[in-house]
Design a binder for this molecule. Structure first.
Ligand code: A3P
Length: 298
């Protein structure tokens, strides 16, 4: 095994140009082509560290484009077919030929994404989520995702996350790097917690980035069909339709709790202290603060 590889039972993580990918899902040569893609002004890339609200934003973008009409969102088997991950093998050809607007999601680091973004071509929506909840959500996702190694227990996963031995690498590096490039691009930086707190104003900000003038009624339809409770009822949006090869639906749901502060039900006091220490060290110069508890916004 190369020094840069972390072997898992089913797939292995491979480090490519400083970023961890999943073998069998991501091909390094394929990923290397992404930075050369030509962009259009109307392209929108949703960038997230895994488990920060990616599928939520897929649903919101599709609904904004459809002016709040949920029937046009249900055309595909699941939203990932309409708003695919750019790094997944085989999606590049479709991207090049797709009609505008092209919506894509990605977990990649900045240096692997189209260089044209930094020339203000296309738009970026970066969603950040408090990393304790990301860790917990990612732990549960590892139990259902067949392409990821099932952790022995929460502590096992906690250690992996802290060592950045997960797809996506270090949460700290991801957010800091993307944030440091925000002024070069047309970027909306938004947090999962802001979306929980006030989905209507988040939807307004997103639709104005897209240059869409929706009526109040259309905006409220977008909000209505993208709440956690309503999205859970839409199989295309909740990823219930994803094949069993990829997701083990017996082990849990993609749409799990959809709230802030579930880390309190998982972290031990010692884990929390250690996390806080690392967070403080890594994020001391980061200008934004996070919301760690649902009670802080209600
Ligand atoms: P939890 O596991 O904490 O419930 P991603 O799409 O980036 O993988 O993120 C998945 C997380 O976003 C899951 O978090 C999921 O429940 C949450 N999520 C998805 N849709 C949501 C919605 N409409 N409202 C709130 N949370 C949502």
């Amino acid at each position: 095994m190369d020094a840069g590889e972390v072997r898992t039972q089913k797939h292995q993580l491979l480090t490519h140009r400083g970023f961890k990918l999943i073998s069998g899902i991501h091909d390094p040569e394929y990923v290397d082509q992404i930075c050369h893609l030509e962009l259009r002004d109307s392209d929108v890339f949703v960038i997230t560290y895994p488990k920060s609200g990616t599928i939520w934003m897929q649903q919101i973008l599709l609904l904004i484009e459809a002016k709040g009409d949920p029937s046009s969102v249900s055309q595909a088997k699941y939203n990932g077919d309409l708003v695919p991950w750019i790094e997944v093998e085989g999606t590049r050809e479709a991207f090049i030929t797709a009609p505008s607007p092209r919506f894509r999601v990605s977990h990649l680091q900045h240096h692997l994404m189209p260089a044209a973004l930094s020339r203000r071509k296309g738009k970026v929506i970066y969603i950040a989520r408090n990393p304790k909840d990301v860790l917990v959500s990612y732990f549960h996702f590892h139990k259902i995702a067949n392409m990821l190694d099932t952790p022995k227990d929460f502590n096992d996963f906690f250690e992996r996350f802290m060592r950045a031995e997960v797809f996506g690498g270090s949460w700290f590096e991801h957010i800091k790097t993307w944030y440091s490039h925000r002024e070069e691009m047309n970027m909306l930086f938004i947090t999962y917690e802001e979306m929980i707190q006030d989905l209507a104003s988040a939807v307004k900000r997103i639709s104005s980035l897209l240059g869409k003038n929706l009526t109040e009624e259309q905006l409220s339809d977008v909000v209505k069909h993208s709440t956690f409770t309503n999205m859970k009822k839409i199989p295309q949006a909740s990823y219930e339709q994803v094949s069993d090869d990829l997701l083990n639906h017996q082990q849990g749901n993609f749409m799990r709790k959809g709230t802030i502060g579930d880390w309190k039900n998982h972290f031990t006091v010692a884990q929390n202290e250690r996390f806080d220490e690392v967070f403080h060290r890594e994020m001391q110069d980061f200008p934004l603060s996070f919301i760690w508890d649902i009670r802080d916004i209600r």
